[in-house]
Design a protein around this ligand. Structure first.
Ligand code: PLP
Length: 395
């Protein structure tokens, strides 16, 4: 196979890019996949090279051919200027925030942010002298009214964790940039395949590679992409912290990348099928899924996103905690556990009331978050139908 020319590369469509980018037959000695390069020490051929600091690889914390391959591909599909890799999605959130903020600065964060991101802001950023104000996810251009002279960053997540609140990212970005404020987005739900963050005004986009990039629930990884304006500062922040992603995880992420389009589209199809079925169930008050027309924020999703992933939530009709536990405890196919984006379906109960500060969370009944995997959807429906029978019996 010939090396991809830049001309051909420019013409490639999305799926082809996922299969071919970051592969170099020469580095992998002809094998299809690059091995996980491991190591701290990199040897130099002579003193002149060691002193010149020109050698491509210098030390384990500064990158390997494996990390370069993933960075190259992810940067391309994200429409970014560059990517950094860190050991988890939460670490990616932390480095993006630390890149943008210094002591004395003010941060605006969506009230629907991933809860550990809030904890990072409330505990670590606070200790560093950064103040955080939470905003209504639906605020849009109104974010301008919350800005202070020292506001330096806005943290968005769309759709938000658990409650799946949509955000008008372009409107927020326009308001932010008018004041020279950096826009950070957690784009894990859509991935760059279904939402192009930088094309919508995001300066730094976070992806928990732990989810769809992995696809198999057996690794942890965080990726942050940046536009030209923020890339150097982001790279410097990660370099100073020296928190490289593990070689094995980067290798698994590269492997996941090749099939990500296929898995994500199947998760979308399966989740939509199940969401529509759940809408027809008498035990369900409401299905919270961005691709369903009655979802609050559906128009924004339709305008900005090109697909929906396999994660959504439902509100049950009022039921006791014991009845919900009876439903969940007896499930045989849906696992109960945190994280999502794997090949297997998961379900968890959640409640945003205890930590939301800018908005009131009053869904009208117990709430469950589902991630739909690759099982036969009819089996999944039957597992849930048996669960609903237990719910009703215990009510
Ligand atoms: C939206 C979102 N962002 C970030 C993360 C953090 O990823 P990780 O588990 O790799 O730290 C998660 C994990 O659940 C998440 O749901």
């Amino acid at each position: 196979m010939k090396k991809l020319t830049n001309e051909t590369r420019k013409t490639l469509r999305g799926r082809t890019r996922l299969v071919h980018l970051g592969r170099d037959s020469e580095t992998s000695q002809g094998f299809v996949n690059l091995p996980p390069f491991r190591g701290s020490t990199v040897l130099y051929p002579d003193v002149a090279t060691l002193l010149s600091r020109n050698q491509r690889y210098t030390y384990g914390t500064h990158g390997t051919p494996t990390t370069d391959a993933l960075k190259e591909a992810w940067t391309d599909i994200s429409g970014a200027a560059g990517t950094v890799l860190v050991p988890s999605g939460l670490a990616a959130i932390a480095v993006a925030l630390m890149t943008a903020l210094s002591a004395g600065d003010h941060l605006l964060m969506t009230d629907a942010a991933y809860r550990p991101a809030r904890n990072f802001a409330d505990v670590s950023l606070k200790r560093m002298g950064v103040e955080t104000t939470y905003h209504d996810p639906a605020i849009g251009a109104g974010i301008a009214e919350l800005m202070r002279p020292n506001t330096r960053a806005i943290f968005t997540e769309a759709p938000g964790s658990q409650s799946l609140d949509m955000q008008d990212v372009p409107a927020i970005a326009a308001a932010a940039h008018a004041h020279g404020v950096c826009v950070i987005m957690d784009n894990t739900w859509a991935t760059p395949l279904f939402f192009s963050p930088h094309a919508h005004g995001v300066d730094m986009a976070v992806e928990a590679g732990t989810k769809y990039l992995s696809g198999h629930s057996d690794m942890l990884l965080g990726l942050v992409t940046a536009n030209v304006e923020w890339l150097k500062r982001l790279e410097k922040c990660v370099d100073l912290l020296a928190i490289p992603a593990g070689p094995e995880d980067v290798f698994l992420a590269l492997r996941g990348l090749r099939t990500m389009d296929l898995r994500l589209r199947e998760a979308e199809r399966q989740a939509l099928g199940l969401a529509r079925w759940l809408q027809s169930r008498p035990e369900v008050l409401r299905v919270i899924h961005p691709a369903l027309p009655d979802y609050f924020g559906h128009e924004i999703w339709k305008r900005d996103f090109t697909g929906s992933s396999g994660l959504f939530s439902i509100v049950l009709k009022p039921a006791s905690d014991a009845a919900v536990a009876a439903m969940l405890d007896g499930l045989e196919l849906f696992g109960m556990g945190y994280s999502w984006g794997g090949f297997e379906s998961l379900i968890i109960p959640f409640d945003c009331t205890s930590y939301r500060t800018a908005t009131r969370w009053a869904p009208g009944g117990p709430t469950l978050r589902l991630t739909i995997g690759l099982e036969d959807i009819e089996d999944l429906k039957e597992d849930l139908a048996r669960g609903f029978a237990r719910l009703v019996a215990a009510s």
